[in-house]
Design a protein around this ligand. Structure first.
Ligand SMILES: Cc1ncc(COP(=O)(O)O)c(C=O)c1O
Length: 418
């Protein structure tokens, strides 16, 4: 029996990983470092670089990298207008000026021409952000960076495992960062990674991480519990009778009962959160990460299969703007983002048909009150923010689900745009 009820996401956390974490919570090792080192080495080998350094979050990774590259007060970094607020917020905290550059309207990633136009004599670095699983056009971006002698810090928070011209993203820049929260394509129950081929950056970042105290094990325990709850709540036999009715009710009331509880308040930082100093990753996070890494090709492969099917099946649906991918990019479809001028009406119509969608958490930071001092015109980022809709593309969907999404989009569009 097919219910046609499709959640917006499902965690990559599996029963096997829940068991590993439960075992390690009961029997914590005396020394976390060995497991963490094993994960770091395996992750670096997967990306194809020399060093991996496990850190508590991608935003702290970026902050550490600004320091390791001696980028400081009055320097500028070019950041795409469409990104997660915490990245420009970290630049501002470090006294570095974030200079926003626009993204491709349908690719959602940094436009090399906009990047070049944003460069000034004070620019020190650029942050190509492989958003929604789509690699940036790294060829042209590296060429501009080389000409202007800028460091390239890749933001791979949404694209672990994606490739550009056959090479994994994260292996192009001076350094890169990734994040492994519960909603990402692989998870370590919170935690993140820096990779680099540069021995000096590795040594400098590693010294900072070594000086921090180990993370509170309660945090990973809480994440494991939330991950397990998500696993059940999004299961095809459970979701239709639990989360789905809540979302339907929210839809009727014009509210999204998931978006806010899973989002975080957008704030400027007036200091480094103390949790960053008490957050050296634990063995349990590394052990889950090692298991996830063994499955990453299968997890990404399922996303790619679903994303390609949506690309093909939705290609000729009138009124819908589909994503497009830079030449050489091999996306992993972390999100499948379409645009529509009546986005909210389309989202409501899809939810009525059992297909849950979201507007996501990326903002046009170039026009955000948090970054008033750094305001710039990024018309594509503004349009994407207003019109983007994330269709489900996660690995637990099968071909019947994808067909149901396609049919629901067709019907919902007829309702919205008769
Ligand atoms: C593109 C991008 N960069 C950075 C981050 C920040 O990651 P973290 O929450 O680990 O700091 C996120 C979070 O989702 C993101 O999507």
């Amino acid at each position: 029996m097919y219910f046609g009820r499709i959640p917006r996401f499902s965690p990559s956390f599996s029963p096997a990983e829940a068991l590993i974490s439960a075992r390690m919570f009961l029997n914590p090792p005396d020394d976390d470092a060995l497991k963490v080192q094993e994960f770091e080495q395996k992750f670096a080998a997967f990306i194809g670089v020399k060093h991996g350094i496990m850190v508590p979050s991608a935003r702290y990774a970026f902050y550490l990298l600004l320091g390791a590259l001696d980028i400081s007060a009055d320097d500028e970094v070019v950041i795409p207008g469409l990104t997660y607020f915490a990245i420009p917020a970290m630049a501002a905290l470090a006294g570095v000026k974030p200079v926003f550059a626009d993204v491709g309207l349908r690719s959602h990633v940094l436009d090399p021409a906009a990047f070049e136009a944003a460069i000034t004599p004070r620019t020190r670095a650029v942050v190509p952000t492989h958003l929604y699983g789509t690699p940036c056009p790294m060829g042209p971006i590296l060429e501009v960076a080389r000409r202007h002698k800028l460091a390239v810090i890749e933001d791979c928070a949404q694209s672990t495992g994606a490739r550009y011209n056959g090479r994994r993203v994260g292996s192009f820049g001076r350094a890169s960062y990734y994040t492994f929260g519960l909603t990402k394509n692989i998870t370590t129950l919170s935690g993140a990674m820096i990779t680099t081929d540069d021995d000096e950056i590795n040594a400098r970042v590693r010294a900072q991480v070594a000086a921090s105290t180990p993370a509170d094990p309660q945090k990973a325990k809480k994440e494991a519990l939330v991950g397990t709850a998500m696993m059940f709540a999004t299961h095809p036999l459970i979701y239709p009778w639990t989360l789905h009715p809540v979302i339907r009710l929210g839809n009727k009331l014009g509210k999204d009962p998931i978006h806010e509880p899973f989002g975080e308040p957008e704030v400027v930082y007036d200091g480094l959160p103390s949790s960053f100093m008490k957050s050296r990753p634990r063995a349990v996070q590394a052990a889950v990460g090692i298991k996830q890494l063994e499955r990453i090709e299968a997890l990404n492969g399922a996303r790619i299969r679903n994303g390609r099917a949506l690309d093909v099946e939705l290609a000729h649906v009138p009124g819908l703007v589909l994503p497009e991918y830079p030449e050489g990019a091999e996306p992993i479809y972390m999100s499948f983002v379409v645009h529509h001028s009546r986005r909210d009406a389309l989202m409501a119509a899809l939810r009525r048909r059992g297909v849950d969608t979201t507007v996501g958490y990326m903002n046009n930071c170039a026009d955000h009150p948090l970054f008033d001092a750094f305001r710039r015109d990024c018309p594509h980022a503004a349009q994407i923010k207003a019109e983007q809709l994330h269709l489900p593309v996660h690995p637990s969907l099968d071909s019947r689900d994808v067909a149901h999404i396609v049919e629901s989009v067709r019907r919902a569009l007829k309702e919205v745009d008769p």
